[in-house]
Ligand binder design. Structure first.
Ligand SMILES: *[C@@H]1O[C@H](CO)[C@@H](O)[C@H](O)[C@H]1NC(C)=O
Ligand SMILES: *[C@@H]1O[C@H](CO)[C@@H](O)[C@H](O)[C@H]1NC(C)=O
Length: 799
């Protein structure tokens, strides 16, 4: 290129020479002439003119320069010969100058050849002269560089490497030299620069070199302008558009719009519920920009629980959520384009708890029974309640059924204790069914319950209580010993051993005799047995206390008073007190012959130690010497006359009076009453002599003595009867025994052992009840040999 420049410089000198002064030019012309004169050519002259001069422009004063007169040109018929080339130059013979005849285009004439010259011959005749004229055509910058095409199109991948070359079309400039194409510029220069390379033929190769990566995503189309400039003055230039379409390369990964997506879902959400839609964009084109989504969780069960729509990034629930297993789930989503570039994001799923768990009740420790004397606050059961739900849904409260003496206490979180709330009483409620209901505070609330059965164990806090505050029982006298009189019964509200009542005869005495010799109490049945046969005539009633004692420890007891009333039996015949029956003695009542009708002869006085009906006596005349003379008062036993006594009536009258009580069967006694019907004692005496001989009874006393005594005794007996009556009345009122001289033989049944002195029979002892029709007879039937004593005793014990 340096050489080129030098060439240009010499060329410029030539151009510059064109503008030299006429003198310098002339000197040159002279030099040429001198050279040409050596040959047939007489002269040679050269001119230099720029191209594109106007027609008629002066090229040179040829006549002058050849040293010829203008007339010679005319006379010599000077002609210009241009050869093959067109006639660009004409000779003006009048003026002797060369003029431009046609427009001269250097480029048309010479193309790229330099220097470009027109060779002319001027011939003259007379004499023939031959001159050579060279007109050098110098270039002017009349052509701009130009490109064949307005536009070049390239399709360049954005992945093209830096340094990649793209050959551009060259520009053409018809001008030569300095006016020819000088340089190229490419704009903008951001991505490419130009590289010009000279080639062997002198032309230059124009290349566009990538100096910075293309980015389709930033600029999909580039438009560059290549400008070719020449070196003329003024400079001319030509341009070409370079249109670059940047082809996509998969140089962009998909990018999620968010790195983390947050969403929440109810744990009861049905399958198919849409959780979230993720979205990633890929700025690449076509398949390079087509994003597909996938889940990348591998270890947990997220791939089973969720699915993602490959094309649209919609994440759906496909499984069942359980807040209790996982409160937060992280789903990893990957977006990838077809080129394999990826991005990932995370969906944080917050599972919202719903109240889907019932509280579960676990009994930690449990008492099946507590004592009824447990203090309030005694812990019965500790339970633990679990509810895996959260917050309110897992907040537990426990309650128990109402109206029971228990309450729930919160011990610590999730622990509850069931404690007694007040005093317990097994006798009121021996068992409680305690239903513990635990519920959470969710809406709606869920609950579960357990029922605990709690036994209240007994404490001996109740004494036995007799059914009655006191007992009264009757027993008919002459009973069989061992006869059960009646039963006392006490109840104990406690349970089992604490309620096992034993009956104990309280030690006491009746008229100085231990009560245990009268009665015994069967310890476990409370049956009161007569220990011996009672005699109403000796004892009418007695009282004792029976204690009921339970089997608790310590035992509790209670006592009751029992009164046994002995009932009378008609076991005593009436006894005649008057007239006194003395063996052999004779007693007679005197009846004067003058006695009126209804004369009270005497009164039969009898008593019966029995009582009531059994002692209600009636008197009847059984036998009489003269039945028509006497009668006996049925009630009072008075013997009266019923007719006038006559002289015919025998002195000696004999009456037999039967005294009968009203018992069933009744008992009776007979008494003989002698009556003397006489006016004087000797009369009586004479009569009674044989009367005495005739006597039935073996009397030792004389009738007279008896008679005297009878009169006295009558009054005495009457008094005595009154006193006895009063006393009997009093005895009935009082409960003390009748003072008797009769011996009281204590009776002990077989196997009886009065170790405690209470008269209580051992439990094993079994009485055979003996019933007799008549207490005197002993026709009882005894099944046991050991009971035979009863009979014997009965036989021995007689009043
Ligand atoms: C407790 O429950 C049991 C069984 O259901 C029942 O037999 C019993 O009578 C109940 N007890 C009470 C005091 O309700
Ligand atoms: C019998 O019971 C009464 C109260 O009911 C009591 O005062 C008395 O001491 C008891 N007697 C005996 C011997 O236990």
């Amino acid at each position: 290129s340096r050489r080129e420049k030098q060439t240009d410089i010499s060329h410029t000198q030539i151009v510059t020479g064109n503008k030299m002064s006429d003198r310098t030019m002339r000197r040159q012309v002279l030099l040429f002439i001198s050279v040409l004169s050596l040959s047939s050519v007489l002269g040679q002259v050269s001119y230099s003119i720029p191209e594109e001069m106007a027609k008629g422009s002066l090229v040179g004063n040829i006549a002058h320069d050849l040293g010829l007169a203008v007339k010679r040109l005319k006379s010599g018929k000077a002609r210009i010969y241009t050869g093959d080339s067109a006639e660009y130059i004409e000779l003006n013979k009048e003026r002797g100058v060369l003029l431009v005849k046609e427009r001269i285009d250097r480029e048309a004439l010479c193309g790229q050849t330099t220097p470009c010259a027109l060779h002319l011959q001027i011939t003259l005749e007379d004499p023939i002269e031959f001159y050579t004229v060279t007109v050098e055509i110098s270039d002017i910058n009349d052509n701009a560089p130009s490109f064949k095409k307005d536009e070049m199109k390239f399709r360049i991948s954005e992945s093209a490497v830096v340094g990649a070359k793209f050959v551009l079309e060259r520009a053409m400039d018809l001008d030569v030299g300095v006016n020819g194409l000088q340089t190229y510029t490419l704009k903008p220069t951001e991505n490419f620069h130009l590289k010009l390379q000279s080639q062997q033929d002198g032309s230059r190769k124009v290349e566009m070199v990538l100096k910075k990566h293309l980015d389709r995503e930033a600029e999909a189309h580039l438009s560059l302008t290549l400008t070719a400039t020449d070196g003329g003055d003024p400079q001319l230039s030509g341009t070409m558009r370079i249109d670059i379409s940047v082809l996509d390369a998969n140089d962009n990964a998909p990018i999620f719009t968010q790195e983390v997506y947050k969403t929440s879902i109810m744990e009861t959400a049905p399958k198919g519920t849409i959780l979230s839609t993720v979205s990633a964009t890929d700025v690449d084109q076509g398949s390079n920009g087509k994003v597909s989504y996938s889940l990348t969780n591998t270890l947990d069960d997220v791939p089973i629980m969720f699915e993602i729509d490959e094309d649209h990034g919609v994440v759906k629930l496909t499984g069942n959520l359980d807040y209790e297993k996982a409160q937060h789930i992280e789903i990893y989503v990957q977006a990838s384009d077809d080129g394999g570039l990826t991005d990932s994001c995370k969906i944080i799923v917050e599972v919202i708890d719903t109240n889907d768990n019932h509280p579960s009740i676990n009994i930690m420790s449990k008492t099946n029974a507590i004592s009824e004397n447990s203090k309030p606050g005694t812990v019965v059961t500790i339970i633990n309640v679990q509810d895996p739900d959260s917050a309110e849904n897992g907040k537990i409260t426990c309650n128990i059924n109402e109206h029971i003496p228990f309450m729930m206490k919160t011990t610590s979180k999730n622990f509850f204790s069931l404690v007694t709330d007040s005093d317990l009483d097994r006798e009121k409620a021996s068992e409680y069914n305690i239903t513990v209901t635990c519920s959470d505070e969710g809406v709606p609330s869920l609950s579960s319950s357990v029922t605990l059965t709690l036994q209240i164990s007994d404490v001996n806090d109740n004494a036995p209580v007799f059914e009655r505050s006191s007992y009264e029982a009757y027993i008919v006298e002459n009973n069989t010993p061992g006869l059960s009189i009646f039963t006392v019964k006490a109840r104990d509200a406690d349970w089992n051993q604490n309620a096992r009542v034993s009956y104990i005869l309280e030690d006491s005495s009746v008229n100085g005799v231990p009560v245990s010799s009268f009665v015994s109490v069967s310890a476990d049945s409370g049956v009161i047995h007569a220990v011996r046969s009672f005699d109403y005539e000796q004892i009418k009633d007695f009282q004792f206390r029976v204690k009921a004692q339970d089997g608790g420890s310590p035992p509790l007891s209670n006592n009751v008073s029992v009164k046994i009333l002995i009932q009378d039996q008609n076991d005593n015949a009436p006894q005649v007190l008057y007239p006194v029956q003395t063996g052999g003695s004779l007693v007679a009542e005197m009846v004067p012959r003058s006695a009126e009708v209804g004369y009270l002869v005497t009164k039969v006085v009898a008593i019966d130690v029995d009582s009531g009906q059994n002692a209600w006596l009636s008197y009847k005349l059984q036998k009489a010497t003269d039945r028509a003379l006497f009668e006996v008062g049925l009630q009072n036993g008075e013997i009266r006359t019923i007719r006038q006594v006559t002289d015919k009536d025998a002195v000696k009258q004999r009456l037999t009076v039967v005294v009968e009580d009203n018992g069933q069967p009744s008992r009776s006694a007979t008494v003989s009453v002698n009556v003397a019907v006489a006016d004087s004692f000797p009369e009586v005496l004479s009569e009674f002599t044989d009367f005495i001989q005739d006597k039935e009874y073996n009397n030792n006393l004389t009738f007279y003595l008896v008679l005297a005594l009878a009169v006295v005794s009558f009054l005495f007996i009457t008094c005595l009867v009154v006193i006895i009556s009063v006393k009997i009345y009093r005895w009935r009122q009082s409960r003390i025994m009748y003072q008797s001289n009769l011996p009281v033989i204590p009776y002990y049944p077989p196997r009886y052992s009065d170790t405690l002195g209470t008269g209580t029979l051992p439990h094993v002892y079994n009485y055979e009840v003996c019933r007799t029709i008549d207490s005197r007879k002993s026709d009882c039937k005894f099944g046991r040999a050991g009971s035979q004593n009863v009979l014997i005793m009965e036989e021995n014990w007689r009043m």
